[in-house]
Design a protein around this ligand. Sequence first.
Ligand SMILES: [Zn+2]
Length: 219
Amino acid sequence: MANSMTERYLDNNKQYASGQALHKPVYPGKQPIQPSNRVAVLACMDARLDVEDLLGLQTGDAHIIRNAGGVVSDDAIRCLVISHHLLNTNEIILVHHTRCGMLAFTDDLLKAGLEGDATAEKLLGQATGRAFMGCKKSSATPSAFHAFRGQIEPLDAPRDAKSTERLAWAVRRGMSSILNHPWIPTAGSDAVTVRGFVYDVDTGKLEEVSYPGPMGSIG
Ligand SMILES: [Zn+2]
């Protein structure tokens, strides 16, 4: 039954947050190419997220797709379509997290800094604590960095109501992008389920994001 594995992984996460390691880092022997629990996880690349551990995944259970933010990018959709249609997964778990770096800049700011704008370089340097050195060149790619919407905050700032709301918006936008993609079926016998979470890097706990709901504001 769809969603059953997600529930199991949520139980695993409670154990992980209480200090119990469930992921076994041993070679399991020969396994099939299809993920045995039919799960695909899309998560941020943040170094503090150990996806196998925080969900209690075992080798062979799931596809794990990661990028900056856990953004539902063109490439993430490519992976999810292959994961479902060719490799039989039917539960998608989207994981964003507190203190995410994607809360701390905007696409325009980063692009301007990379192109050598002195003010942007200075602001990015202050935000990251690293001397930001623009490249003084423009580029058509990447077309977007997908920084999260809303008022930016300092890098790695502790969570507050506003950042929690911004993360929930980003998770919902991601869920909507997956759920409404023409090549990801969400009804009928081949349906995929999608659930979205914010992982708290200070507690190790996953918090589910309600869906549908607000996806953003420019205010
Ligand atoms: Zn992140």
